[in-house]
Design a protein around this ligand. Structure first.
Ligand code: GLC
Length: 743
């Protein structure tokens, strides 16, 4: 007993020491910040609020202390040269913070974030970001503009590629993992790059999925859908935020005091700093929200944007705004205080340079292995009729398609520094696994947008000589990402037509899609015996794909976003409201099956499309395996819970197939009655399990009753007493459920 007491006492003492160390560090940084701030001129303060693009042409401004940050320089020698000017030639020697978009890898490219999200594996996602930080920091980068944690419900929007998909909980868990991966265990480590939660807020709600478009987000939905991932980033210790380009109901995010003063500072007590998006203060002129650059600077600073990216409204106008009494110097001091605090936390004053021996740490074997595992776990098996997959190594494969051997295109969007010479394409991957003599390659189309048939003949010839066709299609990387929204999200070019021609050979056909968004592949999937969604899988995508096709890896990916049948169904997401007239299959008649002169009310008055129904092509959370899993015996530890209880939900899962595999077990909840209508399902927990063939396990998923909170009609965050339904299953169409109450 004494030992137990002693260990408890020791741990309390240890925690107290750690806290006091942390507090002492914060106090000492606070003192350093105040001391430095007191020495700064107004020009030098304004300098800390300006981020300029590129590492050349700014020497004099750096020397005068008029620049606080540089983005888009990745040359460690030049970065060290600039830091030397800032440290040794400026009056106060305040170091620069060097930034870059390191979104899903630096030289070693991981799957696009939407693909990584399909792994539902926060540990793997964190590891990928850690590796990206190690590569990026070896060139002098110490700040990345990631994670992008905008909830994205619209596949037309090109930037869905950078997101973690449509669900607030999954995005919160993965966004927090990314923050930890980028920042590492200590901000002042030379491999730590500070993260940036972006784009606050609501960017993914752009009307029509058209990038930069206006958003009309009800305050309650802003609170319950779009803001939670940003709060999770704060809780994970993120040190910067980025303001979004879009407006929210007429107020541009960059000038939105509610977001950055009320929510971020007053409610969440965030003490890092906020950077604008590229020129977003200036763009408030285009919004018609401000009249000129001077007002743009005023509104952005008052909203709480500490630093301006790329444009110079702050540099050009703050001094005048102060002199005219339109801006209080206290606001400037606070803006600069936040920036200096982060720079001190990063140890930039003590270690501003990239040591020679630490430079160019790229593409280590362990990095490539991690990228391959991430790609493997991100790929989603959507269809596998007659167990077409996996293929035996004896099969002769006709590898066809515009993405089958595109080293650059499979890396995806936002890979400024990706090294496509490292890429393992599907061609290389399949040759490595099946042997060069087993893989007959004919691209059939030079690029994903090819609109002629010149390559058909050779492709069809190869197909006829093969045992199985593997068609790798999808989108080139430029077709998703920023400013690249699409109104039609079919496979581009003549891909659908070529697939149909290939299928006429009568061979089994495996369709592999590399894309930056869900595509409307329902019709063309009818011509495929198996479908693998590979997203843009990054450097090792081909090696991962080959392992999956050969059965060396059992696919485990689950969709982080709903796949619509038709683009016209968008917006379509699993956590939708029930409406007063929920659709059901009993009353829906496909448009072409409707009798001629059908009476007006004969079709059922429910919420559906007469031509596309109301169900998606594939639901959120969906993904097949080469084996099968059966769920049974759902149970809860109680029937009635109090507000601070933890709900323990147990389930039996059995691998009923003939291959070991991973399953991502998902737990959804529905608040049956609220004082505002509530979603029909909400993801509240998930867990990856591994089961050998025939193996059964009982696992328990937990959630805090407080996780059931929502914003009520009075805009208060509450957990309301009442009845709830709880499902556990392998996707958001889970049917195995039970009920509980909160008193
Ligand atoms: C872009 C993007 C933002 C990015 C920034 C810097 O326009 O909106 O996500 O981090 O500019 O490249």
């Amino acid at each position: 007993m004494n030992k137990l007491i002693l260990s408890v006492v020791l741990s309390i003492v240890l925690m107290a020491c750690q806290n006091s160390t942390h507090n002492k560090q914060a106090d000492s940084i606070g003192q350093k910040v105040e001391k430095l701030l007191s020495q700064m001129t107004l020009e030098e303060k304004i300098g800390q609020m300006w981020q300029v693009n590129g590492g050349y042409g700014h020497d004099d401004n750096i020397r005068q202390g008029k620049i606080g940050s540089i983005l888009n320089d990745v040359d460690p020698q030049n970065i060290n040269r600039l830091q030397k000017i800032a440290l040794e030639e400026s009056r106060l020697g305040i170091p620069l913070i060097i930034a870059r978009d390191v979104i899903h890898g630096f030289k070693t490219v991981f799957p696009i974030p939407l693909g990584q999200a399909a792994s539902w594996n926060p540990e793997l996602v964190e590891q990928g970001c850690r590796i990206a930080a190690q590569e990026a920091s070896s060139t002098g980068i110490r700040w990345t503009f990631a994670p992008m944690i905008d909830i994205s419900r619209d596949a037309r929007w090109g930037r869905i590629a950078e997101s973690c998909g449509e669900d607030p909980y999954l995005t919160s868990v993965l966004g927090a993992a990314m923050v930890k991966g980028f920042q590492g265990d200590s901000l002042n480590s030379e491999t730590s790059i500070i993260a940036c939660a972006k784009h606050m807020a609501g960017y993914g709600a752009a009307e029509g999925g058209r990038d930069y478009n206006t958003t009309l987000i009800p305050p309650r939905e802003l609170r319950d859908v779009y803001l939670p991932p940003f709060k999770a980033a704060v809780d994970a210790g993120v040190r910067t935020f980025m303001a979004a380009f879009n407006d929210i109901d007429g107020v541009p995010a960059t000038g939105n005091e509610f977001l950055f003063r009320q929510v971020l500072r007053n409610e969440w007590h965030f003490d890092g700093f906020v950077v604008s998006d590229w020129a977003s203060p200036w763009e408030m002129i285009n919004h018609g929200f401000v009249a000129d650059e001077k007002e743009a600077a005023l509104r952005a600073i008052k909203a709480g944007v500490n630093m301006e990216m790329a444009t110079s409204t702050y540099n050009d106008n703050i001094k005048v705004l102060i002199e005219e009494g339109l801006l209080d110097i206290k606001i400037i001091d606070q803006a600069v205080r936040d920036v200096l605090r982060v720079k001190f936390e990063m140890g930039l004053f003590d270690n501003p340079y990239v040591a020679e021996e630490n430079q160019y740490q790229f593409a280590k074997p362990k990095y490539l292995e991690a990228a391959k595992l991430a790609a493997t776990q991100s790929m989603v098996l959507l269809k596998n009729d007659k167990n077409t997959l996996p293929l035996s190594l004896s099969k002769k494969i006709a590898l066809i398609g515009p993405m089958a051997n595109q080293a650059y295109e499979q890396l995806g969007t936002w890979i400024f520094d990706g090294d496509s010479t490292l890429t393992v394409t599907p061609l290389k991957g399949l040759q490595d696994v099946f042997g060069k003599d087993k893989v007959m390659f004919a691209e059939g189309m030079a690029i994903s947008r090819t609109r002629h048939q010149k390559g058909y003949r050779k492709a069809i010839e190869q197909a006829k000589k093969s045992d199985v066709i593997v068609f790798v299609g999808g989108e080139e990387s430029i077709l998703s990402g920023e400013a690249h929204s699409r109104a039609n999200i079919d496979l581009p070019g003549v891909q659908n037509d070529l697939i149909k021609e290939l299928k006429k050979t009568g061979k089994p056909l495996v369709l592999v899609v590399m894309a930056g968004r869900p595509l409307t592949i329902g019709a063309i999937s009818e011509y495929a015996d198996a479908v693998i969604y590979a997203w843009h899988p990054g450097t090792m995508g081909g090696a991962a794909l080959a392992d999956i096709i050969a059965g060396n890896a059992n696919p485990s990916g689950k969709l982080p976003v709903t796949f619509p049948k038709e683009v016209g169904q968008i917006p379509m997401h699993y956590n939708h409201k029930n409406t007063g007239r929920p659709a059901n299959l009993d009353t829906w008649t496909q448009m072409y099956d409707i009798p001629v002169k059908a009476p007006q009310t004969s079709l059922g008055n429910e919420s559906h499309y007469i031509d596309a129904g109301f169900e998606p092509l594939y639901p959120f959370g969906y993904g097949l395996s080469y084996t099968s899993f059966v769920y049974s015996d759902i149970s809860l530890d109680k029937e009635i819970y109090a507000k601070d209880d933890i709900i323990a939900a147990s389930i039996k899962v059995k691998n009923t197939g003939e291959m070991a595999g991973d399953e991502i077990v998902q737990l959804y909840v529905r608040d049956l009655v609220g004082n505002v209508s509530r979603p029909v399902k909400e993801l509240k927990a998930f867990k990856r399990i591994s089961l050998n063939e025939g193996e059964e396990t009982t696992l328990t998923l937990t959630l805090d009753v407080n996780d059931l909170a929502f914003t009520n009609v009075a805009m208060e965050r509450v957990v309301e007493p009442g009845q709830f339904e709880l499902w556990i299953g392998g996707d958001s169409n889970a049917t195995l459920s039970t009920f509980f109450s909160v008193k």
